[in-house]
Write a protein that binds this ligand. Structure first.
Ligand SMILES: Nc1ncnc2c1ncn2[C@@H]1O[C@H](COP(=O)(O)OP(=O)(O)OP(=O)(O)O)[C@@H](O)[C@H]1O
Ligand SMILES: [Mg+2]
Length: 590
């Protein structure tokens, strides 16, 4: 609750002046409105009951009352639109903050995060916070002000009667407390279930092929229906609490209160000559004020339902904002040559489960290094550390003599390029996928595409470079996606280029072209390429063989092949055997 409030206050801070002005004018409006019944009382007491018909005076009174009402309405309208605008801007700010924050979270966060739930936080939950601002706070604020005005006026008329009316406030507090106890768990649960629904939809769409192929659609529908049913029940519980506690109970209180006030009046006039003229005016004014007290009270309690939702939403947003961002050290060094030095690198994703063990490796600027090793040996992990996706132990990785974590973020990302193991494409055109928002001329984009051997197939697409590629590049083959990913990396003209299985899905012919492109970069760009397909890195200056997170062998292709019974030799011979089998399947003996 406190967290949520802090979040809101911070988001509204830039508009503080507006907020204060808005509150001030709302107060003035409430004051003018509270005048209404007082004017009516004066009319009853001085003109109606004494049967005095002083037309000019009555006209002044009526005009005054009309004017006060009009000014109050106008003020309220102006202030509410002003405050609603302020609320919307605050929520816009929160949403931008949340998204920006998510973009800066460390990769380790995304190992745990579930996409659909995260989406739900950035969109639905911030929307709930908007309700807190627009509806709840301002309806509540306005109601509180009107309520206070009416109470003050009643106190001035007759403080003892006012005390009777004031008993409504503790009664309402009890109701709201009860309501919160009943509905808070249901509201939290509803939000969780909603984000689970989102998560399942997102996951199913992401894996639609697998889902349909493994005939799991029925099971997934079933699971979805179960969560949906739980969501419905939870909503029902929420609504039952609303239906019982909010409006009906307060309406009842209203009736009780009116009865009490009228009863007290009748007691007072008992034994006397009946009601004095003065008391009729007071009674009228009181009854009008009671309506003005009850209505805002009902409004306030009704808003508690929304408030509950919004608070839960805000708490969820706040929890996300509390996730620590990747720390940014003040930039000290720059990538100049692109030499990498790895010293005694130990690393594990989870405590007690070490993945890399004491790696030592020097990669000279402009050299071409290949990394091979069996599945799970830690190749991608090593790249992730070189890319700063996870923090490496201090000082264990240096680029041009500077510890990697000390290089400024923008400069680092410009100087270091990556072709990832799973090519990631935006739902945008081929051109945008290569340029990735960097300012690039068509010529530069085409040049990169040519180097990656992607130009020809892109030109063959429906609209060439402007062809939309579909979400995740759904309209391309995996090999084509890899070519685009390579073009994207080359387009940035990096000093250091990392490739993780960049050629695993490309045919041998195209692979050779890409390989030539990489060889062409030799001497200018430091290249570290992971490859299962050993032909890709055959020409490398040095090949490093990883085995269970340790460097088992290192050397050129020739040197490694010379190690009898070595890991690399075994891998290479096995692959050659496979390739020969693939090339000559028809020649099987008849
Ligand atoms: N995000 C992660 N969280 C926890 N453990 C991980 C994570 N990523 C990888 N691992 C573990 O680290 C080890 C090395 O994984 P890594 O991805 O580096 O292997 P790899 O050599 O790239 O394999 P492949 O050739 O299949 O791509 C594996 O045992 C894996 O289970
Ligand atoms: Mg890998």
């Amino acid at each position: 609750m406190g967290d949520a409030a802090a979040l809101l206050l911070r988001a509204a801070a830039p508009d503080r002046a507006h907020l204060v002005q808005g509150l001030f004018w709302l107060l003035v409006a409430a004051g003018l409105e509270a005048l209404g019944p007082l004017i009516a009382k004066t009319f009853i007491d001085t003109f109606l009951l004494p049967r005095r018909a002083d037309l000019p005076e009555i006209a002044v009174l009526l005009l005054g009352s009309l004017l006060a009402g009009m000014v109050a309405s106008w003020l309220r309208y102006r202030q509410l639109t002003r405050l609603a605008g302020l609320a919307m801007r605050s929520v816009q700010r929160i949403r931008e903050n949340v998204y920006g924050h998510v973009l800066r979270l460390p990769m380790s966060f995304f190992d745990r995060a579930i996409t659909g739930q995260l989406v739900s936080r950035v969109t639905n939950d911030t929307e709930a916070v908007k309700m807190l601002y627009v509806q709840v706070l301002f309806v509540m604020l306005d109601s509180v002000i009107v309520l206070a005005g009416a109470m003050l006026a009643m106190m001035w008329l007759d403080w003892r009667l006012m005390l009777i009316v004031a008993t409504l406030v503790p009664a309402m507090t009890v109701i709201v407390a009860l309501y919160q106890r009943l509905s808070a768990p249901a509201v939290t649960r509803t939000r969780e279930l909603r984000s689970e629904l989102n998560a399942q939809v997102a996951e199913s769409i992401g894996g639609m092929g697998v889902l349909q192929a493994s005939n799991a659609t029925e099971r997934f529908s079933g699971r979805f229906a179960a969560i949906n049913e739980a969501h419905y029940r939870s909503r029902q519980r929420e609504l039952r609490a609303n239906a019982w506690l909010l409006r009906p109970v307060l309406d009842l209180l209203n009736v009780l209160l009116l009865a009490t006030v009228i009863f007290v009046f009748s007691l007072r006039s008992e034994g006397g000559v009946g009601m004095t003229a003065l008391e009729v005016g007071v009674l009228y004014a009181f009854i009008s004020y009671i309506a003005r007290v009850v209505e805002p009270l009902i409004q306030i309690t009704m808003q508690f339902a929304q408030l509950q939702q919004a608070m839960v939403g805000a708490a969820r947003v706040h929890a996300l904002l509390k996730e620590a961002e990747t720390p940014v050290a003040p930039p000290r060094g720059r990538v100049t040559e692109g030499a990498i030095a790895i010293e005694h690198l130990d690393f594990g994703y989870l405590p007690g489960r070490q993945v890399l063990h004491g790696l030592d490796l020097r990669i000279a600027a402009g050299s071409f290094h290949g990394i091979v090793g069996h599945t799970g040996s830690g190749k991608s992990t090593l790249l992730s550390l070189l890319l700063r996706f996870y923090p490496a132990p201090a000082g264990s990785i240096r680029i041009d003599g500077t510890p990697v974590d000390a290089i400024g973020e923008d400069h680092f990302r410009e100087a270091v390029g990556l072709v990832p193991q799973e090519p990631f494409l935006l739902a945008a055109s081929a051109r945008e996928n290569i340029a990735m928002g960097r300012a690039m001329t068509d010529e530069q984009v085409h040049e990169a595409a040519r180097a990656a051997h992607a130009h020809d197939f892109i030109m063959g697409l429906e609209h060439g470079y402007d062809t939309p590629l579909g979400e995740g590049g759904a309209r391309l083959s995996v090999g084509q996606k890899q070519l685009i990913a390579i073009a994207r990396a080359l387009a940035g003209k990096p000093r250091i280029l990392f490739l993780d299985e960049a050629t695993s899905h490309i045919d041998s012919e195209t692979e050779q072209v890409v390989q030539r492109a990489l060889s062409g970069l030799r001497g200018q760009v430091t290249i570290v390429a992971i490859a299962h397909r050993l032909s890709t890195i055959r020409e490398a200056d040095r090949i490093v063989v990883l085995n269970h997170g340790r460097i088992a062998e290192r050397g050129t292709h020739g040197e490694l092949m010379a190690i009898e019974g070595g890991l690399y030799q075994r891998l290479y011979l096995l692959q050659q055997l496979e390739e020969e089998e693939e090339e000559a399947p028809e020649e099987a003996p008849e």
